[in-house]
Design a protein around this ligand. Structure first.
Ligand code: DC
Length: 226
């Protein structure tokens, strides 16, 4: 297997990365990886252990002791912490904020690095996150940087969350806060990776962005669609 047979999709919160990574992977018969889930699992554990308010050193030490495992299934990723499945507990707004916070700690990031690299070793992987093309898989043969205006991203998240979402203005505020936190952290901040194809989906449909990405994947890898 060729470990450069990887497609990375990086971008800010609510830019459509996980939907597109999954759709693309399913279409070309590859696996997909949602790396945000790893940070979410770690944030969940830190919150449960009462460590969120502690400093980076304590968080870093805690992260290094955890045993996180991911199963890449066809239609979803499942995440386990010391054998306990956390998959369905990680999508709350509180965990979103906490994940962004813990992901700024250098030792937290390094504790998850090997796991991500191992998952990419066999290639044929579409992986999404905030550092995939820049730090984890810099040799990936196809990289995307997906973005949209903060307003468009907040609007999408608002529609996705339904009536329990709270006001649109609060979602926009949280999107802006996470953008700031994710792109200003010292370790592996969110950047446009070298060689990435930038896609701004503000005025585009999901279908048209998907078609564009699929055509790129076909031209780079000669993949066959399912
Ligand atoms: O993609 P997501 O919303 O599930 O990610 C949650 C947080 O995890 C995000 O705010 C930043 C962090 N993250 C990261 O720092 N690096 C990644 N590769 C993926 C996520």
């Amino acid at each position: 297997m060729d470990s450069t047979r990887i497609i990375t999709i990086d971008g800010p919160a609510a830019s459509g990365k996980s939907t597109l990574a999954k759709k693309l992977a399913q279409k070309i018969g590859w696996s997909f990886l949602d790396t945000g889930l790893l940070y979410r699992a770690l944030a969940f554990a830190a919150q449960r252990a009462g460590l969120l308010e502690k400093g980076p050193e304590e968080l870093g030490r805690f992260a290094c002791q955890l045993k996180i495992k991911v199963l890449l299934e066809k239609d979803r990723n499942r995440v386990f912490l010391d054998g306990e499945e956390l998959t369905d507990l990680l999508r709350t707004p509180m965990i979103s904020r906490a994940a962004s916070q813990v992901s700024a700690v250098g030792q937290v990031r390094s504790s998850l690095r090997e796991l991500q690299k191992t998952l990419g070793e066999r290639g044929n992987l579409v992986t999404e996150g905030r550092d995939q093309g820049s730090a984890i898989f810099p040799k990936a043969r196809l990289k995307f940087y997906l973005t949209a205006s903060p307003e468009a991203r907040a609007q999408r998240r608002y529609l996705e969350l339904g009536k329990d979402s709270g006001p649109l203005s609060a979602i926009l505020q949280s999107v802006l806060e996470r953008d700031h936190q994710d792109s200003t952290r010292a370790d592996d901040p969110l950047v446009i990776p070298a060689g990435a194809v930038k896609v701004d989906s503000t005025d585009k449909s999901l279908e048209s962005v998907f078609e564009f990405m699929l055509q790129k994947a076909i031209s780079v890898f000669g993949v066959i669609c399912k």
